[in-house]
Design a binder for this molecule. Structure first.
Ligand SMILES: C[S@@+](CC[C@H](N)C(=O)[O-])C[C@H]1O[C@@H](n2cnc3c(N)ncnc32)[C@H](O)[C@@H]1O
Length: 229
C-alpha cells in the first residue's frame, strides 16, 4: 500500500482472478469520477450519520477513481488514515492521482481484490462499500445489511437516501450514461447493435429530459455495524 500524498505511488499485488468489473473503459472511469463529484453531498451526509471521527482509520473498498477518499480524509483529519483499494489498476492510478492533486493527507491507495485484500483485519473503524461485479445488483442495498449480520458484525444499522432530480439535472441520466459508456462491451456481448443502442439512447434521453417526467435516484443505502468484541 502506498502513500498517495505528494508522490503518487501505488502498491500492486494484482490478482489475475480478481473480478472484472464495469469499470474497464475510459468512459466508465470518467463517469464514475463525475458521479462521485455529484454524490458528494449525499455521501458526506451519510458519513456524518455514521460518525466517522478525527483520528480514525477508514477503508474505501472498491474506491474506484475517487470514491469517498476525500470525504473520509476530511473527517479523519491529519491524525487519521484512509485506505482505498480497488481491483482495477487504472482506477487505483486515477485515485492516487486524485488524492495527490487534492493534497489529501494520510490517504493510501492500492490494487486489491475486496474478497481478499490482505490488509490486517481489525484495523479499520469504518468500511463503506460500493461495488458491483459484472453489472449492478439493483437490490444490493437491501441485501447488504443481511450479509453484514451473517458475516458477524453486531448492531447493524441502515440508512438511505432517495432524491428527485429536476429537469436539467445531470443525475437524470445515470443509467443511460452507464450504457453509453459501456456501449463497446454491450455490442461485443451481442444483446443489441450500435444502431439500435443509438436509437434507444435517444428515446430514453428524450423521455428523461422531458419536464413532465419525474426522475428519482436509485435508493442509496449505507450499512454499518460494529465488529464483534
Ligand atoms: C460502481 S464503482 C464504485 C466506485 C466508488 N466506490 C464510487 O462510489 O465512486 C465499483 C468499483 O468496484 C470495483 N470492484 C469491483 N469488484 C471488485 C473487487 N472484487 N475487489 C475490489 N474492487 C472491486 C470496480 O473496479 C469499481 O471501481
Amino acid at each position: 500500500m502506498a502513500e498517495a500524498t505528494g508522490t503518487t505511488r501505488t502498491h500492486a499485488h494484482w490478482d489475475p482472478d480478481a473480478a472484472s468489473t464495469l469499470g474497464t473503459s475510459e468512459g466508465e472511469s470518467a463517469r464514475l469520477l463525475r458521479q462521485a463529484e455529484e454524490l458528494t453531498p449525499v455521501s458526506g451526509e451519510l458519513l456524518d450519520r455514521v460518525g466517522l471521527a478525527e483520528g480514525q482509520t477508514a477503508l474505501d473498498l472498491g474506491c474506484g477513481p475517487r470514491g469517498t477518499l476525500e470525504l473520509m480524509a476530511e473527517r479523519v483529519g491529519p491524525g487519521g488514515r484512509v485506505v482505498g483499494v480497488d481491483a482495477d489498476e487504472a482506477h487505483v492510478a486515477m485515485a492516487a492521482r486524485f488524492a495527490a492533486e487534492r493534497g489529501l493527507q494520510g490517504v493510501e491507495v492500492g490494487t486489491a481484490d475486496a474478497r481478499d485484500t490482505r490488509l490486517p483485519s481489525g484495523t479499520f473503524d469504518l468500511v463503506p462499500v460500493v461495488f458491483s461485479r459484472n453489472g449492478a445488483d439493483p437490490n444490493i442495498g437491501r441485501r447488504v445489511p443481511e450479509l453484514y449480520r451473517r458475516a458477524g458484525p453486531t448492531d447493524v444499522q441502515v440508512d438511505g437516501i432517495v432524491q428527485v432530480f429536476p429537469p436539467g439535472h445531470t443525475r437524470r441520466t445515470p443509467l443511460v450514461d452507464l450504457v453509453r459508456s459501456m456501449r463497446p462491451h454491450v455490442v461485443e456481448l451481442g444483446p443489441a447493435g450500435e444502431a439500435e443502442l443509438e436509437e434507444l439512447d435517444a428515446a430514453a434521453r428524450a423521455h428523461l429530459e422531458h419536464p413532465d417526467t419525474l426522475v428519482m435516484s436509485h435508493p442509496i443505502f449505507m450499512t454499518w455495524g460494529r465488529a464483534p468484541a
